[in-house]
Design a protein around this ligand. Structure first.
Ligand code: ZN
Length: 85
């Protein structure tokens, strides 16, 4: 059972990634600090989680990011005039 069906043409990219590391490009800006990335080589999707760590982009994290992005947009809309401290 060695010849598994070639469903992923990206396996070469994966090998390269395991040697050289991923080449992440930003796919979505969530907030000033949080972005979603995708590897240009193998297509792996990651994001920065709330703790600042690079994490695999799971459906849950995607949802969290969407919520964060929404809050971030609201915040931006409110920063027009902030009270003088
Ligand atoms: Zn990669």
């Amino acid at each position: 059972m060695h010849d598994s069906p070639k469903k992923s043409p990206l396996s070469v990219g994966r090998v390269l990634c395991s040697i050289f590391g991923h080449r992440f490009i930003v796919t979505k800006k969530v907030t000033a600090h949080i972005k979603e990335y995708e590897c240009a080589c193998c297509g792996k999707q990651v994001t920065i989680d709330v703790k600042g760590n690079l994490a695999s982009l799971t459906p849950q994290l995607k949802e969290i990011n969407e919520t964060l992005a929404m809050l971030h947009q609201k915040k931006l809309a409110q920063t027009h005039h902030h009270p003088a401290a």
